[in-house]
Design a protein around this ligand. Structure first.
Ligand code: GMT
Length: 374
């Protein structure tokens, strides 16, 4: 099949999922055309069957707000027509689904049929999408998509709760390439961050309000009071400066490292003993799955789709949003001895097999066939 994948090219999970899906489909012989405004961060180097089409955004002075949706729809029309695409798959509803609808209508007027699949990722439904400023367009696009998928049962239920749609939503969970060989610890690197072999806690996110990064620091502070530890923070975003300020206030600067944005987060995760994800809401929690994939247990909130990934008492622990005391206690429980930590590590590695890319990508292929045979 020739598949157009529309995505956000940035560090966010939806872009990562879309890019990894495209790479995997290309590996299976499909021709993949990524359509977005800059090179997706996880795309990597040149590969067979992969093409990238950049959407050029106009900066004509009249436009106070650049009309991205319009140029995106035009690019989709162009790529479908000239590359002969069979199907479009848009990741994150806003504004990709409405642009796909527009492209489909334009192509229809030219005698070309192009179905589109919409994958909902989270905030396009739970935060932004349900805002009345977006809601009518999102509802319309959900109803008009040739198929709709959500990355967790929780997100599917949220969609029905917030939008008046009865259309079928298939749950296809996010995935991870499962490693078949155990990764070897880079001890030299680890010692640079934890010179006295203290446990390393880690958090990766876009540092938006929804991630509750202040809770990350408060959990770490409580753990560190009872057991010397280190915290590695990966990512950047609006809450970073306030968090740096809090680190200074709490006198934790020598124990906390802000690494900023990192392309290959696996290298950092491999150094860690625990992953912290205390989010306010999270449709899935891809970052937690990525941590588990290298054997790192997860201390998280019990919100949204996280419980579908992190199993309480098995791969880590779940607590109510904001209950940093409980999260710190759980972290200390896992870190109390080598044996306990290793048991959680092993369980995490076992659990991620459920989300093996090899199992999940086939479900998208089946869905494309279903849509094309309709
Ligand atoms: O808004 C965000 O947090 C970013 C968004 C994205 O586009 O990456 O993340 C969402 O999609 C990820 C991939 O499906 C999920 O793993 C995240 O849980 C989800 N974020 C939220 O629901 C807050």
């Amino acid at each position: 099949m020739k598949i157009g994948i529309v995505l956000y090219p940035t560090y966010g999970g939806s872009g990562v999922v879309a890019t990894e899906l495209g790479k995997s489909l290309a590996g299976k012989g499909h021709e993949i055309h990524f359509i977005t405004y800059s090179q997706p961060v996880r795309l990597g180097s040149f590969r067979e069957n992969i093409f990238y089409h950049e959407v050029r955004v106009s900066n004509y002075p009249l436009f106070e707000y650049e009309p991205y949706e319009t140029v995106l729809a035009s690019e989709m029309v162009d790529v479908v027509k000239h590359e002969g695409l069979d199907i479009l798959h848009v990741h994150y509803a806003i504004p990709h689904a409405s642009a796909a609808f527009m492209a489909r209508q334009i192509l229809k007027s030219q005698g070309i049929n192009i179905p589109f699949v919409t994958t909902l990722h989270g905030t396009d439904i739970t935060l932004v999408g349900k805002d009345p400023a977006f809601e009518p367009v999102i509802t319309f696009c959900l109803n008009e998509s040739d198929a709709v998928t959500a990355v967790s049962e929780s997100l599917k239920n949220d969609t029905y709760k917030h939008f008046s749609t009865t259309r079928e939503i298939k749950v296809i969970p996010n995935f991870i390439p499962v490693q078949h060989k155990v990764s070897v610890m880079n001890w030299d690197l680890r010692r640079r961050y934890a010179p006295d072999d203290e446990p390393i806690l880690c958090h990766i996110s876009n540092f938006r309000k929804v991630k509750r990064v202040q809770d990350v620091l408060r959990i770490f502070s409580k753990v560190n009071e009872l057991k010397n530890a280190r915290l590695l923070l990966v990512g950047d975003g609006p809450e970073r400066y306030a968090l740096e300020e809090s680190c200074r206030e709490l006198n934790l600067c020598d124990r906390v490292v802000f690494l900023g944005k990192v392309r290959d987060t696996q290298q950092v995760l491999e150094l860690a003993d625990l992953f912290l994800l205390p989010s306010e809401t999270e449709s899935f929690g891809l970052a937690a799955l990525e941590a588990m994939a290298v054997g790192v247990p997860v201390i998280s909130s019990n919100t949204g789709g996280i419980p579908e990934v992190n199993v309480h008492g098995v791969t880590g622990f779940l607590s109510n949003v904001g209950d940093v005391g409980d999260m710190a206690e759980n972290a200390l429980h896992i870190l109390r001895d080598e044996e306990t930590l290793n048991m959680f590590r092993k369980n995490a590695l076992e659990r991620v097999k459920e989300f093996d890319i090899e199992k999940i990508v086939g479900r998208y292929e089946e869905l494309y066939h279903e849509v094309l045979n309709k």
